[in-house]
Design a protein around this ligand. Structure first.
Ligand SMILES: [Zn+2]
Length: 280
């Protein structure tokens, strides 16, 4: 445990970059070798667009990093937040710290973005991808990256996160999102067993189905406990899924960076209400 804390306290920026590129490459190769859906699309063009949004996410996080540093220094110096108030051993700080950061920084952030209209207008760009793969993981409008950053700061204050916990959480969160968006065909039984602990590809694909209510389920990123606990967990035969978002299915819009960047600033399109309930 001491080693983990020591490593993440001093995690070099090069290791963080390596994790981003290494994780993407690993899952990219895996989904090419063992694809779940045999998707007919220009994978390089698709990756190029999603990597543009990944780059803007990195830039937003980088330019606001000083706020994260200031927050973690403040909570540590003032012994503020749950970790500082509970007097628990280091291993418990690692486990509970990671769980709570994931709950507030990912699950809550995601749920709120689905339920607050102006935030949804930013988040929906992530849902417009009609060919989900590992490059979709960080297809986030820069505005969404700012919103998510705000939730991470909130999590730091509630948890009282020291710097090692932030780096540990961000590393785990990055690999988790690349994993659960990947088009990798994990055997159903293995995926099902894993889904009692972590958010798996079979779980997260359901979240990218084009219509409600399925797109409002399986919000989790690292852990699957929150979906099970708060009643947003669904298990669906993935072969019946259709990716994308019913209000934004025109590829002239969803395959143009400029059109996607504009979406939060143009009039809102109501979610489509269907006469018949869909049973997948
Ligand atoms: Zn979502």
């Amino acid at each position: 445990m001491d080693l983990i804390v020591e490593y993440f306290t001093n995690m070099p920026t090069t290791h963080r970059s390596l994790l981003l590129v290494g994780g993407l490459t690993f899952f990219f190769l895996m989904e090419n070798a063992f694809p779940f859906f045999k998707q007919d699309y220009n994978k390089w063009r698709h990756s190029g667009m999603n990597l543009f949004f990944t780059l803007t996410t990195v830039l937003v996080n980088f330019s606001m990093a000083f706020l994260l540093v200031a927050s973690t220094l403040w909570v540590t110096d003032n012994r503020f937040g749950l970790i500082n108030w509970w007097n628990v051993p280091l291993w418990a700080q690692v486990i509970f710290g990671l769980l709570l950061m994931d709950l507030i920084g990912a699950y809550l952030a995601h749920w709120v973005q689905h339920n607050v209209q102006w935030m949804w207008k930013f988040h929906l760009i992530h849902h417009t991808d009609q060919h989900l793969d590992t490059t979709s993981a960080n297809r986030h409008h820069p505005g969404e990256s700012v919103i998510r950053f705000g939730f991470t700061i909130l999590a730091v204050f509630i948890v009282g996160a020291p710097v090692w916990l932030i780096f540990l959480y961000q590393s785990a969160s990055l690999l988790a999102t690349q994993f659960n968006h990947s088009n990798m065909n994990i055997p159903e039984k293995l995926d099902s067993a894993l889904s009692y602990i972590v958010a798996t590809p079979r779980m997260h694909r359901v979240h990218h189905h084009y219509r409600e209510p399925y797109s409002n389920t399986n919000y989790g990123n690292i852990f699957s406990f929150w979906d099970r606990l708060f009643g947003t967990f669904t298990k669906v035969d993935n072969t019946k899924l259709v990716y994308g978002l019913d209000t934004h299915m025109d590829i002239k819009e969803t395959e143009s960076i400029w059109e996607l960047l504009k979406i939060p600033f143009v009039p809102y399109r109501d979610r489509i209400e269907y006469e018949e309930e869909e049973k997948l």
